[in-house]
Design a protein around this ligand. Structure first.
Ligand SMILES: *Cc1c(COP(=O)(O)O)cnc(C)c1O
Length: 418
């Protein structure tokens, strides 16, 4: 079998109807002719199946080391389909710090339909074990008893957003399986280039392919990969019956994006590392959240079965410096949500991606009012660093001006000039 980088480009044979085309054709057809009323054709209707979509679905299944893949119109459509395999009364343990849209889908939609979500710190394996086991003290017949109602699944992201904490798929999946639950992993920030969660014990892998896999801020798309046939059957049902399928042209955009995944990721990670190191040394920066600058980063990679930390990082400016001034003065970084594309983006989590979280909750998980998130692209690192440098300079000028004014005001008030 070929290796990963070759698989990205040549993973599947191209069935091009004998034209010699090196790329698979885009089948823009919603319906397909039957040969006769007696025959059942391979394809009949595009919601149920489309050859272009199938190519992408088989491509992601191969890269994630799964048995079956599914393509959806967005990451959230994919997550909705996966969650639909659960029933009222089921309990799902959810990692803290999941994507805001997922959090809202769980708590404002599925929770109202009888599924219970229990947030847990997935780095605390004892708390995780208790939560998955569902251990509860109950009083029965005057006696204290321990009742257990195990969860049906654990749902988490490998690299959390925006603080880039690492979740250990192997250990979390082992806890889930100990109690008969499945492990569902959102691998959006990681991609199969850096880790295949199914190899580490996960049962279902989800992607917002909008991000790294498509990689050019052109399409919204979602992908799911499974190992188990029965889970696959249920997710196919959801795909075909909810109908949130990815259209053939977009399937081709994602397929093409995947071919350059490794090249893009290599540059994005090298740039992210250089920028994190620059920020760490900057006097206006209080903290940098990127595991690549931790002293034990090689150990963190090895322990977690990761081949890199991706291209997203975040940092906090020192108190008194306005992160808004930094963000408003960036010239190469665009002020935008999303990530994983060729261009670098910067955003303000407290107001742009995590505003749905109540302030108290937001601060509790470390998303402060000084935090800036960067999604690094493939530009020259030096240009990106210079851009950040000049924006931080502007923020410093404003800081000095405001403090000088505040100083003279307080001097006025205290009568120094009287
Ligand atoms: C963007 C994102 C999603 C949602 O995907 P869409 O394609 O926007 O629907 C889910 N999970 C993570 C981690 C994401 O970054």
């Amino acid at each position: 079998m070929t290796r990963f980088n070759t698989q990205l480009v040549h993973g599947l044979p191209v069935n091009d109807n004998n034209t010699g085309a090196v790329n698979p054709p885009i089948y823009n057809s919603s319906t397909y002719a039957f040969e006769s009323v007696e025959t059942m054709p391979r394809w009949d209707y595009s919601r149920s199946g489309n050859p272009t979509r199938e190519f992408l679905e088989r491509q992601i299944a191969q890269l994630e080391h799964g048995t079956r893949g599914f393509a959806f119109a967005s990451g959230l459509a994919a997550i909705h389909a996966v969650l639909s395999i659960f029933k009222p009364g089921d309990r799902i343990v959810v990692g803290k710090n999941i994507y805001g849209g997922t959090y809202s889908l769980f708590n404002e939609y599925f929770a109202e339909r009888g599924i219970t979500f229990e947030p847990v710190d997935t780095a605390d394996y004892e708390a995780l074990d208790d939560a998955v086991a569902g251990r509860k003290r109950v009083t029965f017949d005057g006696r204290e008893l321990e009742a257990t109602i195990p969860a049906k699944a654990v749902y988490f992201e490998v690299l959390t957003n925006p603080l880039i904490q690492v979740n250990n798929v192997n250990r979390i999946a082992a806890v889930a399986h100990r109690h008969g639950a499945i492990a569902i992993v959102d691998n959006t920030f990681v991609t199969p280039y850096l880790q295949q969660p199914l190899d580490l014990g996960a049962d279902v892998v989800i992607h917002s392919a909008t991000k790294y896999l498509a990689g050019h801020s052109e399409v919204t798309a979602g992908l799911v990969v499974v190992l188990d046939e029965e889970i696959g059957r249920k997710i196919y049902f959801a795909q075909n019956r909810f109908g949130g399928v990815l259209q053939p042209t977009e399937c081709n955009d994602v397929r093409r994006g995947i071919q350059t995944l490794a090249l893009r990721m290599d540059r994005q990670q090298a740039n992210a590392q250089a920028i994190a190191e620059y920020l760490l040394a900057h006097p206006l920066v209080k903290t940098v959240h990127y595991p690549g600058v931790q002293r034990d980063h090689a150990k963190v990679l090895a322990e977690n079965g990761l081949r890199g930390f991706g291209g997203v990082l975040s940092f906090e400016v020192v108190p008194g410096v306005d992160p808004g001034v930094v963000l408003n003065n960036l010239r190469i970084f665009r002020l935008a949500v999303s990530l994983g594309a060729v261009e670098s983006l910067a955003e303000f989590p407290a107001r742009m991606t995590h505003f749905e979280l109540p302030k108290e909750e937001r601060l509790k998980v470390g998303i402060t009012d000084e935090l800036i998130r960067l999604a690094i692209g493939i530009e020259d690192a030096t240009d990106l660093i210079e851009d950040l440098g000049q924006a931080l300079d502007k923020a410093y000028e404003v800081y000095v001006r405001d403090h000088a004014e505040a100083e003279s005001l307080s001097q006025l008030a205290s009568g120094v000039f009287a």
